[in-house]
Design a protein. Structure first.
Length: 227
């Protein structure tokens, strides 16, 4: 019974926020708002131009809305790029918030970008260590073979966990330090602000859940390797 309750709790913590976020985004993505003169993509282009970020592109995203600091591109899924819903407008403003962070060279955004790049390299090295652990144990004659596996697991997941933990304040700033004040400055009417705030808050919870899931998976890896 205890394990069943623990499993239900973990499922709720790991997947509950994702289901809630999908519900919130869908709720405000059903019909166009009458007071929106443009689409999410057009708003993104307008905001970037307003802050003299003409070099930042706006494109359709194949997978997920995001800002790419490498190519300096705001990418929105087609439904938000061409949509006139509250969700489309709010998400577009949020992704432009990241472009503003990048343009201002804000420390947290810069560190998050570095950690994400480092995590890719660390994951490859960690995978190599886990794959080659038996051979490395014979070659190096390490008295505790589990050390190599633990090092591999840390490289595969540790950098990713650090990047995700740093992602949360970056996302919160893009939402509530950048996007919401911009939207409240005349792009949304007063009655739409609570819903926009709810959309941004829901989106933030996806990163909380992702960070928790990463920590949980890392803990499971360590538990297996200690056996």
């Amino acid at each position: 019974m205890t394990w069943l309750l623990l499993g239900m709790l973990l499922f709720t913590v790991l997947y509950g926020p994702q289901l809630w976020v999908q519900r919130v985004l869908a709720q405000y993505h059903r019909q166009p708002e009458e007071n929106f003169p443009g689409t999410g993509g057009e708003l993104a282009r307008h905001l970037l131009d307003r802050f003299e970020l003409q070099a930042v592109k706006v494109e359709a995203a194949e997978q997920g809305d995001h800002y790419d600091p490498t190519t300096r591109t705001v990418r929105l899924t087609p439904d938000k790029l061409d949509g006139r819903t509250l969700t489309a407008i709010t998400v577009a403003a949020h992704e432009c918030g990241h472009a503003l962070q990048h343009a201002a060279d804000e420390p947290l955004f810069a560190w998050r970008t570095r950690l994400v790049r480092a995590a890719v390299i660390a994951e490859r090295l960690g995978s190599f260590l886990l794959f080659a652990a038996p051979v490395l144990v014979i070659v190096t004659r390490i008295p505790n073979p589990a050390l190599i596996s633990m090092a591999g697991a840390f490289l595969m997941m540790g950098f990713g966990i650090l990047a995700q933990l740093l992602t949360l304040p970056v996302e919160l700033d893009a939402s509530f330090g950048k996007a919401l004040p911009l939207l409240a400055s005349g792009y949304l009417v007063e009655d739409q602000l609570p819903a926009a705030r709810r959309i941004l808050r829901a989106a933030a919870w996806t990163y909380v859940a992702a960070a928790f899931a990463s920590v949980f998976n890392f803990w499971r890896w360590l538990a297996v390797l200690r056996r």
